[in-house]
Design a protein around this ligand. Structure first.
Ligand code: IMP
Ligand code: MG
Length: 172
């Protein structure tokens, strides 16, 4: 890979922001357990770092989804490649996502998961590109709002590469 990468959000800034998010989450879920749903693969790095900083009891589950092609884009449907292992009924569920772009993936997931009767259901995303939003979706925790640029690193990929970068960068 010989792409030219420019740092958009340095490692230290991500780590600082994750501490703040984890503190907020720990306060909001005080006295309860939080069931984190990590959306594969993009949110693995963020989920791990965030979870390590949360002080209330944490359980994990994983889900893998992929957007349908252009022909069904308007329906906002996503394909489930891997569903959750456990029921979320009666649980305080927090979906962990890497980035919200059009909002389609999360709005579909939120509808799907809320039909499974969790006690509560919220979303935490590392990155948000508000300029790109096509479907409204309520997100409780946002790490950073970023401009409409294609970013990689810290879990985000370009053709599956760069997920392991410790920072968020832009390909120039
Ligand atoms: P949405 O359904 O349009 O909100 O799509 C969100 C998904 O698109 C994310 O989970 C990412 O997998 C992918 N995505 C959106 N923007 C970027 C980007 O800038 N870099 C890498 N992946 C992205
Ligand atoms: Mg993704």
């Amino acid at each position: 890979m010989k792409d030219n990468l420019k740092v958009l959000i340095p490692e230290e800034k991500i780590s600082q922001r994750i501490k703040e998010l984890a503190k907020q989450i720990s306060e909001d879920y005080e006295g309860r357990n939080v069931h984190l749903i990590c959306i594969l693969k993009g949110s693995i790095v963020f989920s791990c770092d965030l979870a390590k900083r949360i002080t209330v009891p944490v359980t994990f589950d994983f889900m893998s989804v992929s957007s349908y092609g252009n022909e069904t884009v308007s329906s906002g449907r996503v394909r489930i490649l891997k569903d959750l292992d456990e029921s979320i009924q009666g649980k305080d569920v927090l979906i962990i996502e890497d980035i919200i772009d059009s909002g389609r993936t999360l709005s579909y997931l939120k509808d799907l998961l809320s039909s499974r009767a969790p006690k509560s259901l919220e979303i935490c995303t590392l990155l948000d590109k508000p300029d790109r939003r096509e479907t409204e979706v309520e997100v409780k925790y946002v790490g950073f709002e970023i401009p409409d640029k294609f970013v990689v690193g810290y879990g985000l990929d370009y053709n599956q590469f760069y997920r392991n970068l410790p920072y968020v960068g832009v390909i120039e």
